[in-house]
Ligand binder design. Sequence first.
Ligand SMILES: [Ca+2]
Length: 132
Amino acid sequence: WILIHQRLDSTVWSPFGWSSYRNGFGSISTAYYWFGLEPIYQLVSAKQYMLKIEVQLTNGLYFVDQYSTFNLKDEAGKYALHTSGWTGTNTDIFDYSLLGCRPDGQKFSTYDNDNDGLLVNCASQNGGGWWF
Ligand SMILES: [Ca+2]
């Protein structure tokens, strides 16, 4: 496995814009870490990868979600996300997100690069970049 994202607390990454999310920030020894959209894209476009998401809640509950297919479009395609082949311990974590939108198929958005399908800027409203 290659660690592409880590979040150990509820820090909001509102200062991080498109170039930060594209290039990556933090490190695996810190509470927040983002490998970078472009490095992830380079990986998944060269070889087939699976995506595994592990979530541990403060009450000790632990969930795993795994996708047999994981792809991103290139930067011109705003790193749109594609996952399929879910298996996991609870329900598909990508079935519901903020506003009930499914991240699969969405373009990536940051406060300074709004690619979500809504009139509002979801990244600004929610603090941080994501496939809104
Ligand atoms: Ca928008």
